[in-house]
Design a protein around this ligand. Structure first.
Ligand SMILES: [Zn+2]
Length: 98
């Protein structure tokens, strides 16, 4: 066996989070995941079973082809923009439409 992986999605303080646990054997993963769930529920985290309906289906930021960094969501047009600056001090022109 080549290791075992376990992941959970939860929401805490309004943030969607993913916790991933991996170990060499399943017994160890189960032990850690049980402890993690115990910890998270004490902290007030709630499980996220379904994607939030309001969120866009594909919410993964695209990469700026120039700077190779994750782009940021624009509050104005709902698309994506690159927050890096060019050598001349202006912002990167790369954008992805929503
Ligand atoms: Zn860029």
């Amino acid at each position: 066996m080549n290791g075992c992986r376990w992941s959970v999605r939860y929401r805490m303080n309004g943030f969607d989070c993913t916790l991933e646990i991996s170990a060499d054997d399943s017994a160890e993963v189960m032990k850690r995941s049980t402890a993690a769930i115990d910890y998270l529920s004490k902290k007030g985290a709630v499980p996220v079973a379904e994607p939030t309906p309001a969120a866009p289906a594909d919410d993964k930021p695209p990469l700026c082809p120039v700077h190779n960094v994750l782009m940021k969501r624009s509050q104005i047009h709902g698309g994506w923009f690159c927050s890096k600056k060019l050598p001349d001090g202006t912002y990167c022109k790369e954008q992805v439409e929503a």
